[in-house]
Ligand binder design. Structure first.
Ligand SMILES: *Cc1c(COP(=O)(O)O)cnc(C)c1O
Length: 421
């Protein structure tokens, strides 16, 4: 039996309708922007394997650092104990984040980083004896698949089976020049019950790579600050260079109270989540009353191997070469956007930093279940490119080491698809 046949006997895959899905492609190794299947076929990973892989696959430097850590300390309980990789990673992260971020809380992935952020805000108000239980979020938001993270995500096909169980959240549209006044009034109206406002800064990833302007997010954040409503920037996707700057928040004037990270954090090597917060939030949990403790933790909190992978990824990330690559990809995307924006099959095209997204004219609706999606997915897979359209929206967000030749090949294959499908 092949690996993919054995897989189908025993494995249930994420976000996959197992009855109709084609068998999974068995990948045996990776190198740079490519992964290789069991027949030796190369696939360019144009989506950085669900947006996590920023430095390319099986990076030798990260591999070496992880191997060293494995031989030194693989894990230790993180309540009552600490270790070098966790401390160093926290120090180095805080040094490159907005300077109001003062404390690092570790968890396992993006969803748990969001859960921790929500708990910090809700319990802050509880600890202050002024309970606030409402949360403000954007329509079409995506913050993860655990229950709290789902609750603050837009109601969609992903949440439908659970909608009646999700706590109530106030959803508003993305800000623009027309609605910004109304949004601010809404926040003022709700303020006495509003614990926090959570958002994906500048780009809503899973919602379809929807982009909005820094100026209006800044206005909302400033208004929240004036009204004493905490802001949570979920940078799980936008962090670590995706939007052209180190973090999407670097495009803003305002600083969020809490930030969430995962995906690019370890360069796609290990699962790790981070939630950072201000001194004000941290201080509200200091007390002789033990009930004011943040009772949250995971078995693998601050796993040393994951922290070592994140440190190695950080070394590569702050290297000048990575910045040049990010600029090169952004420039190349921009030129491609100009080239195809008038193509009759392109409805809209948007780009920021290393992210480019194209919405295809289908005649049908723009939705996750658009049938064009499967056609396109297999078309690109055949051509040796991993692209996973969100419905009729195709997006590219490659590892930063992708070559110009590989990028050109992706672009020309997309043009071919536009012309022939
Ligand atoms: C992917 C994502 C999450 C969830 O992260 P997981 O590691 O998949 O749990 C949360 N927020 C945003 C913005 C994301 O893109």
């Amino acid at each position: 039996m092949t690996l993919s046949e054995r897989d189908l006997e025993v494995i249930w895959h994420p976000y996959t309708q197992m009855q109709t899905a084609t068998p999974p492609v068995a990948i045996v190794r990776g190198e740079g922007a490519c992964v290789y299947d069991d027949n030796g076929k190369c696939y360019i990973d144009a989506v950085s394997s669900w947006w996590v892989n920023i430095h390319g696959h099986a990076h030798p430097y990260i591999a070496q650092k992880v191997a060293e850590q494995l031989k030194t300390l693989e894990h230790v309980i993180f309540a009552g104990f600490t270790h070098q990789p966790a401390v160093e990673l926290a120090e180095r992260l805080l040094a490159i984040l907005p300077n109001n971020q003062q404390k690092v809380f570790y968890s396992d992935n993006g969803s748990t980083a969001v859960e921790v952020a929500l708990k910090m805000c809700l319990q802050y108000w509880n600890n202050k004896n002024q309970p606030r239980t409402k949360i403000l979020a954007f329509h079409n938001a995506y913050h993860g698949d655990t229950f709290g993270a789902m609750a603050v995500s837009g109601r969609s096909a992903f949440t439908a089976a659970f909608d009646s169980l999700l706590f109530e959240v106030e959803f508003v549209d993305l800000p623009n020049s027309d609605n910004i006044g109304d949004l601010k009034s809404r926040i003022t109206e709700l303020k006495s019950s509003l614990a926090c406002f959570i958002f994906e800064p500048l780009v809503q990833g899973s919602g379809g790579m929807l982009m909005y302007e820094a100026q209006y997010l800044d206005e909302l954040m400033l208004h929240c600050k004036n009204e004493e409503v905490f802001t949570i920037a979920d940078e799980v996707f936008t962090g670590f260079g995706r939007t052209g700057k180190r973090f999407a928040c670097n495009h803003l004037q305002q600083q969020p109270d809490i930030m969430c990270f995962s995906k690019g954090l370890t360069g796609g090597t290990m699962a790790l989540g981070v939630t950072t917060c201000t001194q004000q939030i941290y201080d509200a949990f200091l007390s002789s009353d033990r009930l004011k403790t943040l009772f949250h933790g995971h078995s693998f909190t601050a796993n040393p191997i994951a922290c070592a992978a994140a440190l190695a990824s950080m070394d590569l990330f702050i290297d000048a070469k990575t910045g040049e690559n990010i600029d090169r990809i952004a420039e190349s995307h921009l030129q491609f956007a100009e080239k195809i924006e008038s193509h009759p099959r392109i409805k809209t095209i948007r780009q920021t930093g290393t992210i480019i997204a194209m919405e295809w004219n289908t005649g049908g609706d723009t939705s996750y279940f658009n049938t064009l999606r499967d056609t396109l997915y297999h078309y690109f897979l055949n051509a040796g490119i991993i692209l996973r359209p969100l419905g009729n929206i195709i997006y590219i967000l490659p590892p930063y080491c992708i070559s110009n030749e590989q990028l050109s090949y992706i672009y020309s294959t997309i043009i071919q698809a536009l012309d022939t499908i």
